[in-house]
Design a protein around this ligand. Structure first.
Ligand code: GLP
Length: 238
């Protein structure tokens, strides 16, 4: 595990985007694992800038997103598909057919298994971007998720629903379930970049440093990966 202690959110976003830009420049057909949440927004802004100002092309890039809420259609303003379109995909030249986000509507169990099949049939994710939930969840793998889990349907914990309620009008509107890549699915990526930022993630980061192989803290599984890069901003460190 390589930990990069950065000062600010802006620095983290720039540094992480630089790694992606270098990789995509050298491997134009790279597969990137995208994440949602507030944390990667700055990184996506940097990628848009790299595209607009330096001509970084995403023409041949493939994207697999980590997760999606069950019950939200792609055009729902809080769906992760909508998030990716508005925060990144609509502003770069990535081909729409090459961006995969689990479908939130239809049969969720079937979607989870076909998403896993699509991932396994692909060349694999080169770089997976990850944020972290306050309870240590990655994607939507909540505490207690087995480390050998594949893409599956998960029931969200009340704390995760409450944390994500800020994006919805009421807590009741926050979906109760999601489809998420499993922990084993995530660990198959060749490189993981974990972004931790904000004073509300201080306790989370402390726990991340303290835990190892603890299903009660899903992000501890990442420490088993041979190529994990963690960016942590000053306000998330004690
Ligand atoms: C959601 C997403 C996660 C994300 C987490 C933290 O639960 N499923 O992928 O890491 O939120 O989000 P934020 O970056 O807004 O703190």
């Amino acid at each position: 595990m390589n930990i990069q202690e950065v000062h600010s959110y802006e620095e983290m976003s720039r540094e992480a985007a630089y790694i992606l830009e270098q990789h995509i420049s050298q491997h134009p057909d790279a597969t990137i694992g995208f994440a949602t949440g507030s944390t990667p927004i700055g990184l996506y802004q940097e990628l848009i800038r790299a595209h607009q100002e330096r001509g970084l092309s995403f023409q041949s890039v493939k994207g697999f997103n980590l997760d999606e809420y069950v019950g939200l259609s792609p055009d729902h303003p809080q769906s992760y598909r909508h998030f990716m379109q508005t925060q990144l995909f609509d502003h770069i030249d990535i081909q729409p057919g090459k961006t995969k986000v689990p479908a939130g509507t239809g049969n969720a169990e079937e979607e989870a298994s076909s998403y896993e099949d699509a991932l396994q049939a692909s060349d694999g994710v080169d770089i997976q971007i990850l944020g972290i939930g306050e309870n240590g969840h990655i994607g939507f793998n909540e505490p207690g998720t087995p480390f050998d889990s594949l893409t599956h349907v998960v029931e969200l914990t009340e704390s995760t629903r409450a944390a994500n309620a800020r994006f919805f009008d009421t807590l009741e509107e926050v979906p109760t379930h999601a489809v998420t890549m499993g922990i084993e699915t995530i660990l198959r990526a060749k490189q993981l970049i974990l972004l931790i930022s904000g004073s509300h993630k201080k306790v989370t980061y402390e726990q991340f440093l303290r835990t190892q192989d603890d299903p009660g803290f899903p992000a501890s599984a990442l420490k088993n990966h041979p190529n994990l890069l963690v960016f942590v901003t000053e306000d998330a460190r004690s």
